[in-house]
Structures are given as structure tokens and as C-alpha cells.
Unconditional design. Structure first.
Length: 545
């Protein structure tokens, strides 16, 4: 697509994000150059062109665009995350973006083939860049690095793999045949070995340090990030959530309804942790997960419409089994992106594999317990990500459709979970509310752990204990969440975004008085797209287009 030079320079430094989430498929088959020289060249191009131009929409969009330029200067210039964090390179190498049916299969196969052909050069660039990887970060990401090869076509292959390997897509598609795939596999082996060496011999300290973490958080959102105050906010939110959870569990014990609403053997002295453990066993079987998720998706959309929470929710949302490349997550939304032809969005669910041992299947299915599955569905579908994705398609400018603050995207979806509690979703059944508070406790613990690990006030052992004590996670689940902080230092964004949206909502109620409505507030906010948190206040101003 045609765009001004400033916006194009930004997109060139965010290739994976704008391809998948904005739908800019002129980047299909392209891997961003994250070599040291490539990053420096990209940073020099930032701010090019007419600095008065920012998608043609005035001061607000100019500020939005400038924040993203500053964010990249900090992430890639000051913090040099491309040297510290293999995750940036993994996202660029990932082939799963071509599994989604945004275009005919042959077109996606051709793009995937070009992407595979670019692996050797991109991996050499990654190895040249990744000279500051800490041992904990490398250990946390090594399984993901090893798993990248699962996206490569097998020699036997399916239809897509056959097209990639046979050269049947035409002479213009570079890198065809088994030789191209084998070159990609050989490059992948070099990357695995590089990260493995870092896991063994890298710096034992994964922390960014407080000043750099504050810069990363604040600059990306156009605010000053006071880490001490953010830590206080995280602790206060945890305490509030624990109180709400205890209250909902107490109401559950007083509820005498059928179908397993009361956990078995619950008595008047049953504590919150025991109730939570009991609810984990209340889940559909492997064959029923999709059916229940489909019914919940329809229920969440109908509730959002009936309560008038948004101007409209157009389009279709389908529930489907996640493609193989996305089966590392339990559930996710893959929306029809703003620059793609309209098509159904996909709410992907990953049931357990039938080949797993029974105890493994049961552990996986516990994530789909009926309390949290309902909360997850609200988050992923409506009024959460699906509804937001539809709003993005109607955002009035290129800047707002393309440049998405993750703190806003995840904060919005997280905010909508509590919004649905306030609005009485499944009123009378405390299980939904319990699911919301459990999900929120995991996310607020991420916030606290990221701050603690990167300020060096919390060890990794402390971080695991925090997830166990505050978020009811056990064993591998607690460890996985804690170690994510080493490579995703801003993963507290869910809670931060939610809290800022709730604060802005209080401001809207005070300013608008009797003319306030959720619909008015949400519509004004989503008209801004997915703005940096520091620019959300424009939703309350007159004259912002």
C-alpha cells in the first residue's frame, strides 16, 4: 500500500507486527533485517519525509506516530534488544502467519516459500546480533528456538509443503526445492547451537536494570514510568483481586445449583484455594471443548450487543482448532486485519492431542475449566479482541489502523472481563466472576514479577513463588510464567493497560456526568485505534477526528 515515508520507515522496523496484525501483506515473504548494520540503517530512516505528515490526520496522529518512533529508538538503539533477546528474531522467522486464510492457499504458499528461502541470511544476522543474551533468557527461549523447525515443510509434506518443495508455484518464487528447505534446516541448527551456548555460558543476570526498564515502559506509551508507583499499583491490585475472589468463592459455597457449580465436598470452612482446585476439574472433555467455546463466543457477542457496550460488532467470528503452528497456546484470537479483505476472524482453541497420556490430557483440559474458559472467551471475542479488531477496521487513519500499543490491545481485552462482571454477565453464577479474578491474578503477578526481576529486587525463585502464592499456579505453570519475564519484560502490560483504561473511564464519568454511557466512552476510545496509554485522554476531548 502507499503510505508516507515516516510511516513506511516505522513499518520496516516492525515487519512481523504489521504483516500479521495490520494485514500489510506487501511484507509477506520478508524477514526484517535485525543484523547490527540493518538495525542502524533502519533507525537512521526513522523520521524521514515531511515531519508534518503523520497519515494526514493532525496533531493526535502525529503524536501517536512520534511515540512509536521514540519506542523503536529505545528498544533497538538504547536497549539493543536485538542483541539481548532471541524472541525478536524468532518472531521474524516464524512461519505461522501464513497458516491463516487471509488469501488463497497458493499465494500464501508462495510467500511462505520466500520466507523459508530467507532463513539462512536472517539467521546469520541473528547470530551476529545476539552477543548479549543472558543465560536465563536463553534457557527460557531454547525450546521455542528448537521448535521453529516444526514450521518447515516435511519432505513428504501436505499440499502446502508440496507446493513449497516442488517448485509448482512458478519460476518467480525464489528458494524452491528440497535444497532450500535443507539450507533453512542447517541455518536453524546454527541458531539452536548459538542459543544453547548462551544458555550454558551467558551472563547469569537477566535483568535490564531499573532505568532501562523505566525507559522501555514509559517511552512506548508516551508517559513517565515511575517503577515504584507501578509496583505499589500492582500490589494494591493484587490485594483487591484476592478480596473479590474470596467474596465470589464464598457466594459459590452458598449457591445450591446443579451441574457441579459447588465443588465436590465443599463445606463452610473450605478455603479459596480448595475451591479453585475443585473448579479446575469442572471442564468439558476433549471432544466438547470447541462446542462449549463456540456457544460461549456467541453468548459473549450477544451480551455485548444487548447491553449496548459498543456502537456495533460487525463481521463473523468462527471457532476452530488452532493450526499446528499455534498449538503452543490454549486459546487465541486471529482477527481479520484492517488491510485485509473482510473475512471471518478465528477464535482458535487447542484441545489436547489424542496421542498424549491420559494425565497429560487432563492437565491440559483443566485450563478449559468452565470458570476460566468463559473469562478467556470474553477476553478473546467480545467485548475483547474480536470486537476491537472489528473497530480497528473502521479506524479513520492509517496511523490508528497500523500502530498498535500492546498495552492498550491487551489492556482493553483485560478490561472487558471486569466490565462484563460489572454488567452482570451470567448473573447469579459466581464461576464466571471467579474465572475473571483468577485470570487477573496471573496478569497482575506478571506485572509484579517483571518489575521485580528487572529491578533486581526478585530472584527467579522468588518469581516462581510469587505465581504460586498469588496466582494459584503450580509447578511447571508457575515456572513458565516466571521465566517469561526474562524475555518479555513488559508482560505486565495487561494489568497496566486495564488500570489506565479504568482510570480514564472514571475521568469520563466525572467530565460527562449524566451524559456518560459505556457505549459513548468505548466508542470514543476505540476510534483512536490502539493508542499509546499516554494519548488515550484524547477520547474525552472535543475536536479529535
Amino acid at each position: 500500500m502507499d503510505m508516507d515515508l515516516r510511516l513506511r520507515a516505522l513499518c520496516d522496523l516492525m515487519v512481523n507486527d504489521v504483516r500479521e496484525y495490520a494485514g500489510l501483506h506487501d511484507y509477506d515473504g520478508v524477514i526484517q533485517d535485525l543484523s547490527p548494520a540493518g538495525v542502524q540503517a533502519g533507525l537512521r530512516r526513522l523520521g524521514g519525509g515531511d515531519r508534518a505528515e503523520a497519515g494526514g490526520r493532525g496533531d493526535h496522529d502525529a503524536a501517536h506516530l512520534a511515540i512509536f518512533e521514540d519506542r523503536l529508538r529505545v528498544e533497538l538503539g538504547e536497549a539493543e534488544l536485538h542483541r539481548r533477546n532471541p524472541a525478536l528474531h524468532l518472531m521474524e522467522l516464524d512461519l505461522s502467519c501464513y497458516d491463516r486464510e487471509y488469501a488463497p492457499e497458493a499465494e500464501r504458499a508462495a510467500a511462505r516459500r520466500r520466507h523459508v528461502a530467507a532463513w539462512p541470511g536472517a539467521i546469520d544476522a541473528a547470530i551476529a546480533s545476539l552477543d548479549q543474551v543472558s543465560a536465563p533468557t536463553a534457557r527460557a527461549l531454547l525450546p521455542a528456538v528448537e521448535g521453529l523447525a516444526a514450521g518447515l515443510p516435511d519432505k513428504d509434506g501436505d499440499a502446502l509443503g508440496d507446493a513449497l518443495g516442488s517448485g509448482a508455484l512458478g519460476d518467480g518464487d525464489a528458494g524452491g526445492g528440497d535444497a532450500g528447505v535443507e539450507a533453512a534446516r542447517a541455518a536453524h541448527a546454527r541458531l539452536v547451537e548459538h542459543v544453547r551456548r548462551a544458555a550454558e555460558a551467558g551472563d547469569p543476570d537477566p535483568a535490564l536494570g531499573a532505568p532501562l526498564l523505566a525507559r522501555l515502559l514509559g517511552v512506548a506509551e508516551g508517559v513517565d514510568a515511575d517503577l515504584g508507583r507501578l509496583e505499589e499499583a500492582a500490589d494494591a491490585e493484587r490485594d483487591r483481586l484476592r478480596e473479590r475472589l474470596a467474596d465470589a468463592c464464598a457466594r459459590l459455597l452458598r449457591t445450591a445449583t446443579p451441574l457441579g457449580v459447588r465443588p465436590a465436598h465443599a463445606g463452610p470452612d473450605t478455603d479459596t484455594a480448595a475451591i479453585v482446585r475443585g473448579l479446575l476439574d469442572d471442564h468439558p472433555d476433549a471432544g466438547g471443548v470447541l462446542d462449549e467455546a463456540r456457544a460461549m463466543a456467541e453468548e459473549s457477542i450477544a451480551f455485548t450487543r444487548d447491553r449496548g457496550l459498543l456502537d456495533t460488532i460487525d463481521g463473523a467470528c468462527e471457532v476452530a482448532v488452532a493450526p499446528p503452528s499455534r498449538r503452543h497456546v490454549f486459546a487465541m484470537m486471529s482477527w481479520a486485519a484492517p488491510y485485509e479483505p473482510d473475512a471471518p476472524s478465528r477464535y482458535y482453541i487447542t484441545p489436547p492431542e489424542p496421542t498424549w497420556a491420559p494425565e497429560e490430557q487432563e492437565a491440559w483440559l483443566q485450563a478449559f475449566n468452565r470458570a476460566t474458559l468463559a473469562a478467556i472467551t470474553v477476553h478473546e471475542v467480545a467485548p475483547g479482541h474480536f470486537a476491537h479488531g472489528r473497530a480497528l477496521r473502521h479506524a479513520p487513519t492509517d496511523v490508528r489502523r497500523i500502530l498498535m500499543s500492546l498495552a492498550f490491545v491487551e489492556g482493553w481485552a483485560h478490561y472487558t472481563e471486569e466490565l462484563c462482571v460489572e454488567e452482570g454477565f451470567r448473573d447469579g453464577d459466581p464461576r464466571f466472576e471467579i474465572g475473571v479474578w483468577l485470570e487477573a491474578l496471573v496478569r497482575v503477578t506478571r506485572f509484579a514479577v517483571a518489575l521485580g526481576v528487572h529491578r533486581r529486587t526478585m530472584t527467579m525463585e522468588d518469581a516462581v513463588a510469587r505465581f504460586t502464592e498469588d496466582a494459584f499456579l503450580q509447578g511447571v505453570a508457575a515456572e513458565h510464567e516466571a521465566w517469561r519475564a526474562t524475555y518479555d519484560p513488559t508482560y505486565g502490560r495487561y494489568t497496566w493497560g486495564k488500570l489506565e483504561i479504568m482510570r480514564l473511564r472514571d475521568d469520563a464519568k466525572a467530565r460527562w456526568g449524566s451524559s456518560y454511557s459505556h457505549r459513548r466512552f468505548h466508542s470514543a476510545l476505540l476510534r483512536l485505534g490502539a493508542p499509546p496509554l499516554g494519548l488515550m485522554g484524547a477520547a474525552l476531548e472535543d475536536g479529535v477526528p
